[in-house]
Ligand binder design. Structure first.
Ligand SMILES: Cc1cc2nc3c(=O)[nH]c(=O)nc-3n(C[C@H](O)[C@H](O)[C@H](O)COP(=O)(O)O)c2cc1C
Length: 352
């Protein structure tokens, strides 16, 4: 494999999404083999207990690389979690020339650099059935992956309530709130970009609300807001309203919460998101409901009973398996101006 192909594959991986734009990937080449690790310094925070969010990001990164490699004429033999003694060693990938060459069946490669998160609303619809079928088919390309579409008004109501309660918890729990706000890079201002974490400009906060949002990073101020009953309002604004004003919502479901299944879920997530990009759809993921319902997050005891309520509501919605990430979908009125950046490639480990 030549150096240019290796560099192209890695930049496809780095373009993948990660929770809070943490980019928790480390790469190491051994000849034509590539090891993919979870970065110890960028993983394992409260919501990332048992590496659920990192495994999803690793799966998305892996799938991005596999898709780009296929477009370059390489196939991948992937072994996930190859060394049980190292919990952050996520995958070993052996690249080899693909006898079938650049498969016409992989147009997703062209969407890798265009894919992004869009948190604006309202979005237009409806989303035609054939587009929904294409997204579902991409999820199913990864063994065990599938999408559930809450279409009936009862299902949509249940999903909306569930996501709102999970997002509200992120503001009610001082632990989750501190974690969320530590990812926001207020120093980049409301119009700037940043290469890691969340730039305020990507969060779609309306101008009049910005001073309040900025004040929320201070624990004392947030405690007062909570006392005034602001947490449910914040859950309503950050989740219920944008979803209510968007035509599409789906839930990525995986067979179990085993790490290999979560990583595969990240692969399916990336395929669905790339297909949505090709179909001109804007996408915002909502991961809190799925992640909190797994019960791994060591949240304050006062909120634990709410986690089991979330888990049973999610179970009813997806019937079998583990619902993991909701995706809000729709057609945006204009192209997005502010997107999340990425760190310099040299910071991800050993490059070719
Ligand atoms: C596992 C996972 C969970 C995420 N959860 C959320 C979420 O709950 N809310 C949200 O607005 N964005 C969420 N995102 C989107 C990330 O914040 C986004 O991918 C990251 O900031 C990089 O930006 P980009 O997608 O525009 O490249 C999630 C992404 C991943 C991969």
């Amino acid at each position: 494999m030549d150096q240019q192909a290796k560099a192209d594959i890695l930049s496809a991986g780095i373009a993948a999404p990660s929770a809070d734009n943490s980019q928790p990937w480390r790469f190491a080449w051994h000849g034509d083999e590539l090891d993919l690790h979870i970065d110890a310094g960028r993983s394992g925070r409260v919501s990332d207990s048992r590496y659920v969010l990192s495994d999803l990001a690793v799966g998305a990164c892996l799938e991005s690389m596999v898709i780009r490699a296929r477009a370059l004429g390489y196939a991948a033999d992937v072994q996930t979690f190859p060394g049980p003694e190292d919990e952050r060693w996520a995958a070993r990938i052996r690249w080899r020339p693909d006898p079938e060459g650049d498969r016409p069946g992989e147009p997703l490669a062209t969407a890798i650099e265009q894919r992004h998160t869009d948190r604006r609303f309202p979005w237009r619809g409806p989303i035609p059935a054939d587009v929904r079928d294409r997204l579902s088919a991409q999820a199913q390309r990864i063994t065990g992956g599938r999408l559930v579409w809450p279409i009936s008004s009862a299902e949509r109501k249940a999903a909306l309530g569930l996501i709102r309660r999970a997002e509200t918890l992120r503001f009610k729990s001082p632990l989750l709130h501190a974690e969320l706000f530590s990812s926001v890079r207020f120093s980049s201002g409301w119009h700037g970009a940043c290469e890691e974490g969340l730039a305020p400009s990507t969060l779609a906060v309306e101008a009049p609300l910005r001073p309040f949002f900025q004040m929320m990073r201070h624990p004392g101020v947030m405690a007062t807001f909570r006392w005034l009953g602001a947490a449910p309002m914040l859950g309503w604004r950050s989740a219920w309203l944008p979803i209510r004003l968007s035509p599409g919502l789906c839930l990525l479901v995986i067979p179990s919460a085993e790490r290999a299944d979560v990583l595969a879920g990240g692969r399916a997530l990336q395929r669905v998101w790339l297909q949505a990009t090709l179909d001109g759809l804007a996408v915002q993921p909502y991961a809190s409901a799925g992640v909190l319902s797994l019960g791994f997050v060591p949240i304050e005891p006062a909120f634990r009973s709410q986690l089991s309520a979330l888990s049973s509501a999610l179970g009813t919605l997806c019937r079998s398996g583990q619902g993991l990430v909701f995706l809000r979908l729709g057609y945006a009125r204009s192209a997005l101006r502010d997107r999340s950046g990425r760190r310099a490639s040299g910071s991800f480990g050993v490059f070719p």
